[in-house]
Design a protein around this ligand. Structure first.
Ligand SMILES: [Zn+2]
Length: 299
């Protein structure tokens, strides 16, 4: 552990963002650029952004943490799998590539893992021994923080978006009935259209329609909350985590998701008798980049 600031990098499908973060979780400076095509070009941009953020903060950083989209091997720092929107990203050795470019030690994790480390270090589940993180974005991601450390399994631990048992709808992965078919931004939009709302309405608009009393909008968001509640019960049964933090774009509609989620938890409370606290994320859009910087503190 170091008292020096560290740098966090969030590598996403449309943009790459770097930030210099203090030991207290404060962002001193940040820099953002569009994501180029190809793994080496992405690393070039990431290194350049770290340099730019560090220069504008006027400090030295001790290490770099990366939260990257896709499945990342936590030991080698190599990208094992990613969606089609990341041309030339699979097979990229992010850890070595960025260490060579910046001259700094580098740690690499998946973006949802980084989000959870951020929330566990400086956010909604700060100071908690064990917690699960659920990110309701375009898809649904998950991560596990067990006994004060990120638990990664073989690299994809906690990926609850593709947990089965949630109906029959076709998932983005090609299989059926995964959590993601009810609880992602994309599935909320699809279901709103299917249930008689309207086609082509975005998740943010569906949230505002729910707030003005649109019953279909209220229903699809409640169904998402109910599904997340079921996933939380599975996590609690399996791991006895007492805390869950929910983030991602759809979690902005927390007031619309929470009642159905809590109903689900009270319908079938864990047999352990332990209370599960589910909290909305507090670090917002910076959660991944700040969490990646938190991960770098643990190098
Ligand atoms: Zn799936």
């Amino acid at each position: 552990m170091t008292d020096e600031p560290t740098a966090g990098v969030d590598i996403g499908g449309t943009k790459i963002r770097a930030a210099v973060v203090t030991s207290g979780g404060e962002v001193l400076a940040s820099a953002t650029a569009p994501t180029p095509s190809g793994g080496q070009a992405m690393l070039d941009v990431a290194a350049e952004l770290v340099g730019r953020a560090t220069a504008s903060a006027g400090v030295r950083v001790a290490a770099v943490g990366v939260g990257a989209a896709g499945v990342v091997d936590p030991w080698t720092g190599e990208v094992l799998a990613a969606s089609d929107s990341f041309a030339g990203w699979v097979g990229t050795d992010v850890r070595t590539g960025l260490a060579v470019r910046t001259g700094l030690p580098v740690v690499v994790a998946n973006d949802v893992d980084s989000f959870l480390v951020g929330e566990a270090t400086w956010g909604a589940v700060r100071g908690v021994g064990s917690a699960a993180g659920i990110a309701l974005g375009t898809g649904v991601g998950g991560a596990l923080w067990l006994d004060g450390a990120l638990y990664r399994g073989a690299g994809a631990a906690g990926e609850i978006g593709h947990m089965p048992g949630f109906g029959e709808a076709r998932c983005t992965c090609g299989q059926r009935g995964h959590l993601e078919t009810l609880a992602s931004g994309r599935s909320v939009e699809r279901r709103y259209a299917e249930l008689g709302g309207a086609a082509g309405v975005g998740a943010t608009e569906i949230e505002s329609r729910a707030r003005t009393g649109d019953p279909t909008a209220i229903r699809v968001l409640a169904d998402a909350g109910h599904a997340v509640g079921s996933a939380v019960l599975v996590l609690a049964a399996l791991l006895d985590v007492g805390h869950v933090v929910v983030g991602g774009g759809l979690a902005r509609a927390w007031d619309l998701l929470e009642p159905a989620l809590l109903d689900r938890l009270s319908d079938e409370p864990p047999v352990s008798g332990h209370v599960i606290e589910v909290r909305p994320a507090v670090l917002g859009g910076d959660a991944t980049v700040v969490g990646a910087a938190a991960l770098a503190r643990r190098l």
